[in-house]
Design a binder for this molecule. Structure first.
Ligand code: SF4
Ligand code: SF4
Length: 297
C-alpha cells in the first residue's frame, strides 16, 4: 500500500514515521512544567508517563505515523476589522472532527493492508508529544517560536498521529536541524514577550492561551496587546519567513457588536461545532471587551 500517496490524497501534506521511544524533547517538557510555564494547563502535567512512552498508549505499538494537515492562511475577519487566528476556521467544523475523519480512513486502510494489527488515532485526544515525534520523523524542524515548521509549507498545519502495531519499514528518519539561523523575528514581534528566548515559550504570557484556554477574563492591559485579534494569536507565525503565503483575510464573521450581543443559543447554532466552541461565547465576548478597540461599536 502506498500510505503516503493515500495520505496525500486525503489532504495531508506531510507524513512521517518513527518508533515509539522516549520523545527527544521529553526532558525539555519536564523542565518547562517544573518552571510553571504551562500556566493553568494542568492537564499537561497529567499522564507524563504516557508522554514519556507513547508505546503505552497502544499495547504492542511498533510504529508512530505523524500526519500534517494544512489550514488556511486566510484570516477570518469581522466587517470592522477584528479577526480570529487562522486555525480557527470558524465557518468549518472544529478541526479535531475533520482531521479525525480523514485519519480514520487512513487507519482503516492500514489495518486492511496489515490484517490483525491494531491502531489508535490521536488528534489532540491523547497525551502525546506530537511536535517532538513530528520532528523525530523528519518532516520539519522546531522554530524558535516552538512551532513545527515544514520547509516549503511553513507552520500553518494541524498534527495528527496513528499509532499502530504494524511494523512499517521506513528509511531511518533524519530529524531536521533548526533552520532559523540568525532570525529573531518571532521573538521580536511577540506582543507580550511570551517567547522569552529561542524555543522558550511562557504560555502564561501567550495570547493564544490567554484568549482561549485561560478561564479568567483577559485584563485590559493585555487586551491592548491583542491588536485586532480576539481569538488566539498568529503574530509569531505571520512574521516567520517560512510562512510566505498570506492570503487576504475574508469577512466571514459577524460584527463585534453582533458577537457582543449574541446569545448562547445562536452561538451554539452558528459556532457550536467550530473551534470557537472551545473558548465559548462568554470568553470570546470578554476578549472583545478587553481589546479597547476603536473599531468596536
Ligand atoms: S502566539 Fe502570539 S502571544 Fe503567543 S508566542 Fe506567538 S506571538 Fe507571542
Ligand atoms: S520567525 Fe525566524 S526565528 Fe522565528 S521561527 Fe521563524 S525563522 Fe525561526
Amino acid at each position: 500500500m502506498d500510505l503516503i500517496r493515500k495520505a496525500n490524497d486525503l489532504g495531508f501534506i506531510a507524513v512521517g514515521f518513527s518508533r515509539p521511544g522516549r520523545p527527544s524533547f521529553f526532558d525539555h517538557l519536564r523542565v518547562w512544567i517544573s518552571e510553571g510555564k504551562h500556566a493553568g494547563m494542568a492537564w499537561i502535567e497529567r499522564h507524563l508517563n504516557l508522554r514519556e512512552n507513547p508505546a503505552m498508549l497502544l499495547e504492542g505499538c511498533r510504529t508512530v505515523i505523524t500526519l500534517a494537515y494544512p489550514y488556511s492562511s486566510c484570516k477570518p475577519y469581522t466587517p470592522e476589522g477584528l479577526c480570529a487566528a487562522r486555525y480557527s476556521e470558524p465557518q468549518k467544523q472544529d478541526y479535531h472532527h475533520r482531521l479525525r475523519k480523514r485519519t480514520k480512513i487512513l487507519a482503516k486502510a492500514l489495518q486492511e493492508h496489515f490484517p490483525g494489527t491494531r491502531s489508535r488515532i490521536c488528534v489532540d485526544s491523547a497525551p502525546i508529544m506530537e511536535r517532538s515525534l513530528a520532528w523525530q520523523s523528519g518532516i520539519g524542524f522546531i522554530g524558535k517560536n516552538t512551532q513545527l515548521i515544514i520547509p516549503g509549507h511553513g507552520s500553518y498545519v494541524f498534527l495528527a498521529e496513528i499509532l499502530t502495531t504494524a511494523v512499517i519499514h521506513f528509511p531511518e528518519p533524519r530529524p531536521m536541524e533548526n533552520r532559523c539561523g540568525s532570525c529573531t523575528r518571532c521573538l521580536d514581534a511577540c506582543p507580550t514577550g511570551a517567547i522569552e528566548g529561542p524555543f522558550q515559550l511562557n504560555a502564561g504570557k501567550c495570547l493564544s492561551y490567554r484568549t482561549i484556554e485561560q478561564k479568567e477574563a483577559v485584563d485590559r492591559k493585555t487586551g491592548k496587546k491583542m491588536g485586532d485579534c480576539f481569538f488566539g494569536c498568529d503574530v509569531c507565525q505571520e512574521v516567520c519567513p517560512f510562512n510566505q503565503k498570506h492570503e487576504t483575510g475574508e469577512i466571514i464573521l459577524p460584527s463585534a457588536n453582533d458577537i457582543l450581543n449574541m446569545d448562547e443559543k445562536s452561538f451554539r447554532e452558528t459556532y457550536g461545532k467550530s473551534a470557537f466552541a472551545r473558548a465559548g461565547l462568554a470568553k470570546i465576548q470578554s476578549n472583545i471587551q478587553a481589546m479597547d478597540n476603536e473599531r468596536q461599536v
